[in-house]
Write a protein that binds this ligand. Structure first.
Ligand SMILES: [Zn+2]
Ligand SMILES: [Zn+2]
Length: 91
């Protein structure tokens, strides 16, 4: 990971969990979740997800992406769009 990527990831992490934000829970310190589109992991875009919404029982890895999107009525890609929008506002 180069310096620019590290700085980008730091900014993403400072936004707090994107699902907690979406659900109105406020800012929760997150992990970074890579959105896999079939390419290299290092090129995958990242979204912030708190430990529970990332790898917990109610998280994207615990539920699987399909169930996660059905339960929360929001897709990974929508959370990414929201993350990118917030980053651009915070420049
Ligand atoms: Zn969360
Ligand atoms: Zn993940």
């Amino acid at each position: 990971m180069n310096k620019a990527e590290r700085e980008h990831n730091d900014k993403v992490a400072r936004l707090g969990c994107s699902l907690c934000r979406h659900l109105g829970y406020g800012e929760t310190p997150p992990h970074l979740h890579h959105i896999r589109r079939g390419g290299k992991r290092s090129l995958a875009p990242v979204i912030p997800l708190c430990p529970e919404h990332h790898t917990g029982n109610t998280g994207i890895h615990g539920l699987g992406r399909k169930a996660f999107e059905k339960i929360y009525l929001v897709t990974e890609e929508e959370l990414l769009e929201e993350t990118m929008r917030l980053l651009n506002e915070n420049l």
